[in-house]
Design a protein around this ligand. Structure first.
Ligand SMILES: [Ca+2]
Ligand SMILES: [Ca+2]
Ligand SMILES: [Ca+2]
Length: 122
């Protein structure tokens, strides 16, 4: 049971948006949704470009086959076997919203330093 929980936490962490200091572009100590989205898109764009081997702006399942930590298959929202940048962007935004929903305990739409560092309660 303990092991399973640990793996779950690791999975969430790997799939989440990196909480770099640079995310806080206006330096107010909080990560707003906009700041999180900007950071997430920036990261997503790098991943997407890397995954898009032939550079046609779409990532096909062939392109991500056998690769780890690239574009998630779940991003293919219309299930046509290709992930467009729009789909991937939407997927990234969903990740940000999920993260906010989970961590933004006071519901102000921003992650304060305390909220970011707070460990998940068991
Ligand atoms: Ca900020
Ligand atoms: Ca492609
Ligand atoms: Ca698609």
């Amino acid at each position: 049971m303990k092991i399973r929980l640990g793996m779950l936490v690791v999975g969430i962490f790997v799939g989440g948006v990196a909480m770099a200091k640079s995310t806080d572009t206006n330096k107010d100590g909080n990560f707003s949704r906009e700041e999180l989205l900007a950071a997430s898109y920036e990261k997503a764009e790098k991943k997407f470009k890397k995954a898009d081997v032939n550079g046609d702006g779409r990532v096909t399942m062939d392109e991500i086959k056998g690769k780890k930590l690239t574009v998630a298959k779940g991003a293919d929202q219309n299930k046509d076997g290709m992930i467009t940048w729009d789909e991937y962007k939407a997927h990234s935004a969903q990740g940000v919203d999920k993260r906010l929903a989970k961590k933004d305990t006071n519901g102000d739409g921003m992650l304060s330093k305390e909220e970011r560092s707070r460990k998940k309660k068991s």
